[in-house]
Design a protein around this ligand. Structure first.
Ligand SMILES: [Zn+2]
Length: 229
């Protein structure tokens, strides 16, 4: 079941690889369909995966379909899904710039319009928790704070979305913002900040970005739920 969606999950994994947000078999991708969750298998390289390697589990981890061992972080991912029914995709990466920023600060400020667009504002750093534990999911939910991503200290990033694409964009634009922030910090001087009004405006503009056409003012066509609010 869900062959098309399983294929999208694998493609998302290859995209993470292309943007250097993971190395080898690191990270994982999961996607919710009703009460089922598609999750990538443990320890497999994305470009080697075929559709049947992606597992279908229920919201409490019972395997519905698949013979592979699911990602070791499945318990954490499922906790994130159960916390908000608007979350339809969770992506976990080891992206280096965002993770590096998490080692020197507790919050990556929202200094770029693209970050406001894709992540909804500044991104918090959740305290360290052991990988492969549900605690990782609990900390992620505690520190998401209405954003579409959270940095896990000493580990990586968890991004969420109302679609796989939204979660993927959050990871990619977060990494771009973290890289730009790191470069700006290395230049010294005072860091310029966006105001709250400017951030809010940038979040709003993205609703109409690309091919999104609003059905009526203020509501984008693909706006299927506000996450974390
Ligand atoms: Zn990890």
């Amino acid at each position: 079941m869900y062959q098309k969606e399983k294929n999208e999950v694998i493609k998302a994994g290859m995209t993470l690889d292309r943007y250097e947000l993971i190395a080898l078999s690191g990270g994982n991708i999961s996607m919710r369909i009703g009460d089922h969750v598609l999750v990538t298998p443990s320890g497999m390289i994305y470009e080697d995966m075929v559709e049947d390697d992606v597992l279908v589990v229920d919201l409490f981890g019972k395997v519905i379909e698949g013979t592979r061992k699911p990602s070791v972080d499945t318990g954490a991912l499922l906790y994130v899904f159960r916390s908000d029914e608007n979350i339809k995709a969770v992506i976990h990466t080891h992206q280096p710039y965002a993770t590096a920023v998490g080692l020197v600060t507790d919050e990556l400020p929202c200094n770029l319009t693209t970050m406001a667009n894709a992540v909804n504002g500044s991104v918090h750093v959740a305290p360290y928790s052991s990988t492969a534990t549900e605690q990782m999911g609990i900390e992620a939910v505690n520190y998401l704070d209405g954003r579409l991503a959270v940095i896990l200290k000493h580990h990586g990033v968890i991004a969420v979305g109302n679609s796989l694409k939204q979660a993927l964009y959050a990871c990619i634009y977060l990494e771009e913002a973290a890289k730009t922030y790191a470069i700006a910090r290395s230049l010294g001087g005072t860091m310029a900040m966006l105001t709250d009004d400017q951030i809010e405006q940038a979040v709003d503009v993205f609703r109409y970005y690309g091919q999104n056409t609003p059905k009526y003012p203020g509501v984008a066509d693909n706006d299927s739920g506000s996450i974390g609010k």
